[in-house]
Ligand binder design. Structure first.
Ligand SMILES: [Zn+2]
Length: 509
């Protein structure tokens, strides 16, 4: 084969250990897939992924792809080994997800020899496992709405780079996006806003597009997405924002506010004073909503938001003030903490755990709450010190709505500057975090807020290639990280994105 210079496959994220064996598996010789019994991986599922690599021919076919489930890796359930030999490929893992990661790696080894138009994979041995157990990507579907077909593609992108969690931001001021059968107005009213701000917020004379905008997912669609994600080894964490970012819900049910409204779903971005009232009626409503959410999402976590909740309305609300008195709370911060604890306790009774943004530390953390640290890493360090699990997602560099370049040709973004290199060189464990607390850092996540991302192509542009840097940060051995080598691999992947019609920020060195 001529493409010897490409002998080393461009794998992202880089595996923990790889040994090249100096020969090739020729995909035209591919013969059969053998899957283990009692596995979610089936021949029918795998074949379509590899058929582009070989032509049906008359030559003797001798290449087998063998998936073996063993019990070698119980301490690291996501680990796998991949052996590519001249006439056989063997993937071994103790779990279906490990086998799947082995398959994902295998697909990245395939190289086209342009002189023969045949596909080859280099013979090698890989032993691999992730550095972190939580590897997440988030998507805001409230500021702008994305249809099921794109959500599935987004999940494909996560699976391509061995992420295991999709954080689906389903409710916010600008739109409620999940059908709740008990409260139909949430989507009849709350999913639709009258118009949308054009350009940046904060302009003295804001301009609006005058176009009604909205959309939501039916429960049937959500089940379909959950099935799709599960088949790819991805857990979905749904986010139902409370007590702030609630304007869309309050538009539908203004009686859940402190003032009684009326309200409209927000047409601009930012933080709004009207939030859920902490009264009993609201808690009952949220419990009913969460009942339906729990039925739709089998994962262990529900994200309850908890961020950016102004206390203005609570300060002059008799119901909220009564709660402060009755429960002996010091102030509105403790009231927020009390409110979230009511929800956390309810979720615990339904065998679910809460995740919240780091503001849930204020006024005291609910027991068992996992903290998503977004305002830097201080909240995450504080939560770890209290023995709580932490997901690191500091604005810098984990917010993929920030600019990737300082050049003036970039599409409008919310601000900030998070270039590829910053994502690649980031370490989710802060350097000054006590070693004994490292165990509480479960991993990290890239967040994609969509105020300024109006369509799918723009979302792709903002996540590619940064998603690959985050993937390697969360999976690979930090001591083996090498930015120049990483960029060589990104070059190869960039060509594949181009072929797959995925839009990306063209990274030039
Ligand atoms: Zn109130």
């Amino acid at each position: 084969m001529n493409a010897q210079e490409n002998f080393t496959p461009a794998l992202i994220p880089a595996p923990q250990e790889m040994t090249l064996l100096g020969n090739w598996f020729e995909w035209d010789l591919f013969d059969e897939v053998v899957c283990p019994p009692q596995s979610t991986l089936t021949r029918e599922w795998i074949l379509p992924k590899i058929t582009p690599f070989f032509k049906a021919g008359t030559q003797t076919r001798t290449g087998t792809l063998l998936l073996v489930k063993d019990n070698l890796s119980t301490d690291r359930p996501e680990s796998y080994t991949l052996d590519i030999l001249k006439h056989q490929i063997i993937i071994r893992s103790g779990t279906d997800i490990g086998l799947q990661y082995g398959l994902t790696t295998l697909l990245q080894t395939v190289q086209l020899d342009s002189s023969t138009s045949k596909y080859y994979s280099p013979c090698l041995h890989i032993q691999d496992y992730p550095r972190y157990t939580y590897r997440g990507m988030h998507l805001d579907v409230c500021r702008h709405f994305f249809p099921v077909a794109f959500i599935k593609r987004y999940i494909d992108y996560l699976a391509m780079y061995k992420f295991n969690t999709f954080h689906w931001h389903l409710t916010d001021d600008q739109g409620w996006r999940i059908e709740i059968k008990r409260y139909p107005k949430l989507t009849d009213t709350g999913a639709w806003r009258s118009e949308t701000l054009l350009g940046k917020s904060g302009n003295e004379t804001p301009l609006f597009d005058g176009m009604p905008y909205g959309g939501f997912y039916t429960q049937e669609e959500i089940r379909e997405v959950v099935r799709y994600a599960t088949a790819q080894g991805i857990t979905i964490i749904p986010e139902i924002e409370l007590p702030g970012h609630a304007l869309a819900a309050l538009s539908a049910y203004p009686e859940l506010s402190c003032t009684g409204g009326p309200f409209q779903p927000a047409t601009t971005w930012g933080v709004f004073d009207d939030v859920y009232c902490t009264k009993e009626e609201t808690i009952t409503f949220l419990e009913h909503v969460l009942d339906e959410v729990i039925d739709l999402f089998p994962g262990p976590y529900i994200h309850i938001g908890g961020d950016e909740c102004p206390k203005t309305r609570w300060k002059s609300c008799p119901n909220c003030q009564k709660n402060i008195q009755t429960h002996g709370l010091a102030d509105e911060h403790e009231l927020q903490s009390w409110f979230i604890k009511q929800i956390a306790t309810y979720l615990q009774s339904r065998d679910r755990r809460i995740i919240g943004w780091d503001e849930i530390l204020e006024g005291g953390l609910a027991p068992d709450a996992t903290v998503m640290s977004w305002r830097g890493v201080a909240g995450g360090m504080e939560a770890a010190a209290q023995g709580h699990e932490v997901i690191m997602t500091p604005g810098n560099p984990c917010y993929f709505d920030h600019y990737q370049s300082r050049t003036a040709d970039q599409p409008l973004a919310i601000g900030g500057y998070n270039p590829l290199e910053a994502v690649y060189t980031w370490d989710p464990v802060p350097a000054d975090l006590d070693t004994a607390l490292h165990q509480y850092i479960l991993g990290g996540q890239g967040n994609v807020w969509t105020e300024y991302m109006l369509d799918e192509k723009h979302v792709e542009y903002m996540i590619f290639p940064r998603i690959t840097a985050l993937a390697e940060t969360l999976w690979s051995n930090p001591e083996q990280k090498d930015y120049a080598h990483f960029l060589d691999r990104v070059d190869v992947h960039q060509k594949r994105w181009h072929q797959a019609d995925i839009r990306y920020f063209p990274y030039y060195r």
